[in-house]
Design a binder for this molecule. Structure first.
Ligand SMILES: *[C@@H]1O[C@H](CO)[C@@H](O)[C@H](O)[C@H]1NC(C)=O
Ligand SMILES: *[C@@H]1O[C@H](CO)[C@@H](O)[C@H](O)[C@H]1NC(C)=O
Ligand SMILES: *[C@@H]1O[C@H](CO)[C@@H](O)[C@H](O)[C@H]1NC(C)=O
Ligand SMILES: *[C@@H]1O[C@H](CO)[C@@H](O)[C@H](O)[C@H]1NC(C)=O
Ligand SMILES: *[C@@H]1O[C@H](CO)[C@@H](O)[C@H](O)[C@H]1NC(C)=O
Length: 396
């Protein structure tokens, strides 16, 4: 659960924010690839998973490492996390002899293969072409109906239903198993996925280095090191201009302002309260994530508003005659609203209310925390240093 205050309102977010998209079941993982020490860092602390190499072994992911346990003569039931009678569950294991150490067993990877297990050691056999192995009769049968819907190393054979699995190299995507299907999910705009807690949270609370920087629009380019520039696509996104490489191009590192702030290039780049910033891109960014919200519209005299859903503008409307839209109050009001964001007057200086403005540290000492402000939000672009809890790591 995340609680935050934006525009004076308290919003409560929970993992219900996680937006699921149906995805095809991934069969990508190979059987030799199961490694709890690479899987556990993608799962929430405390998640109990099945070791697909056995029927009776489970693994608890703890503090990013793994601790395994055994059910002895019983089998591990992934659904309940308990040890149960072997007859009550269908164990899918990469070891065909895990279920029964002596006798015939199907090949977990193919319909026409089988094993003969002797004291836990399997000898592979294969039905002739066009025949499939029938595990009930231990025969090869023509056109015997068989379809492998779950491979031993599929996430959904290992990770319990509803557990969130971080997508490596992404800071926003995760996957989860539901009815034996692997579903893809993405955190709402402005949020990052926290694998250790299995939830979406504000960037400042998540330690993630996104290797998938957004596309850099052609018109967006750095001309000096140590400054921040707009990402040219979003109101809250920016690039930090890093060192020049051998080709003479600046390294560009993407980042986002905290939720209620927009990026502006003044003073080498800063994040200011959104109502004080004019922005040509979708002002709905980070709004409407779990219930409907509205945003002021650029340059319309503050009479209209955009309706926001999942961080995107879905339509526009106007306040009743004589009223103005107040983004902070999320209401049409009688008093005239003069936010710089929506005023028709040329970019006014109503940004005086920048108490607690977020300064993005701009300087060559970017790798260490240098400046702090009233808001205690500090942006740093670093490699290994772990900053204070309130800071954000800009991806490298
Ligand atoms: C689901 O996500 C995975 C990992 O990012 C990707 O490879 C796959 O194509 C996605 N599937 C769908 C249907 O979006
Ligand atoms: C791994 O899977 C392949 C088929 O994908 C199978 O031929 C092979 O026997 C499996 N290896 C082990 C060790 O189970
Ligand atoms: C992770 O979970 C374990 C067991 O569930 C708990 O003992 C430990 O304190 C947790 N670690 C952190 C850093 O919260
Ligand atoms: C996990 O981390 C927590 C907090 O850092 C610590 O109290 C606990 O002892 C650790 N558990 C293990 C098994 O390392
Ligand atoms: C870099 O570009 C900005 C705006 O694009 C411009 O205002 C500034 O003068 C340029 N700086 C240099 C050193 O060329």
């Amino acid at each position: 659960m995340i609680k935050t205050t934006t525009f004076g309102l308290t919003y409560t977010f929970s993992s219900l924010l996680l937006v699921l998209l149906i995805a095809q079941q991934s069969l990508a993982q190979g059987n030799d690839t199961f490694n709890p020490n690479t899987l556990c860092p993608l799962l929430a602390n405390g998640t109990k998973i099945k070791d697909p190499r056995y029927c009776n072994v489970y693994i608890v992911c703890m503090n990013d490492t793994s601790v395994s346990g055994s059910c002895g003569d019983q089998f591990f039931d992934l659904n309940t996390g308990l040890c149960v009678d072997p007859d009550t569950i269908d164990c899918i294991s990469s070891n065909p002899c895990a279920k029964q150490s002596t006798g015939f067993a199907p090949d977990p990877y193919s319909c026409n293969g089988y094993y003969y297990c002797s004291n836990g050691v399997g000898t592979h056999g294969e039905c002739s072409s066009g025949l499939n192995y029938n595990p009930d009769t231990n025969n090869c049968i023509r056109n015997f109906p068989c379809e492998i819907t779950m491979l031993p190393d599929d996430y959904c054979n290992i990770v319990p239903v509803g557990a969130f699995i971080k997508v490596p190299d992404s800071c926003t995507q995760y996957q989860t198993c539901w009815q034996s299907q692997l579903l893809n999910g993405t955190c709402p705009t402005g949020f990052l996925f926290d694998a250790f807690r299995g939830d979406c949270d504000y960037p400042q609370n998540v330690n993630c280095v996104d290797k998938n920087n957004p596309e850099i629009p052609v018109e967006v380019s750095c001309n000096q090191t140590g400054v921040f520039i707009s990402d040219g696509v979003t109101c809250n996104g920016y690039f930090y201009c890093g060192e020049k490489n051998d080709e003479g191009d600046y390294k560009m590192i993407h980042g986002n302002c905290p939720v209620d702030r927009f990026f502006v290039a003044t003073n080498g780049g800063e994040c200011l309260p959104r109502t004080s910033i004019r922005c040509p891109y979708d002002r709905c960014v980070t709004l409407g994530l779990d219930f409907m919200q509205m945003a002021n519209i650029d340059d319309d005299g503050c009479i209209g508003f955009a309706i926001c859903q999942y961080g995107k503008e879905i339509s526009r409307a106007e306040c009743p005659q004589g009223q103005y839209f107040d983004e902070m109050a999320q209401l049409c009001v009688d008093e005239e609203i003069t936010y710089a964001a929506c005023s028709t007057s040329p970019s006014s200086t109503t940004t005086s209310s920048t108490t607690g403005s977020t300064i993005i540290t701009s300087s060559s000492t970017i790798s260490s925390t240098t400046t702090t402000t009233a808001s205690s939000q500090i942006y740093t672009s670093t490699t290994a240093t772990t900053e204070a809890a309130d800071s954000v790591k800009v991806p490298t």
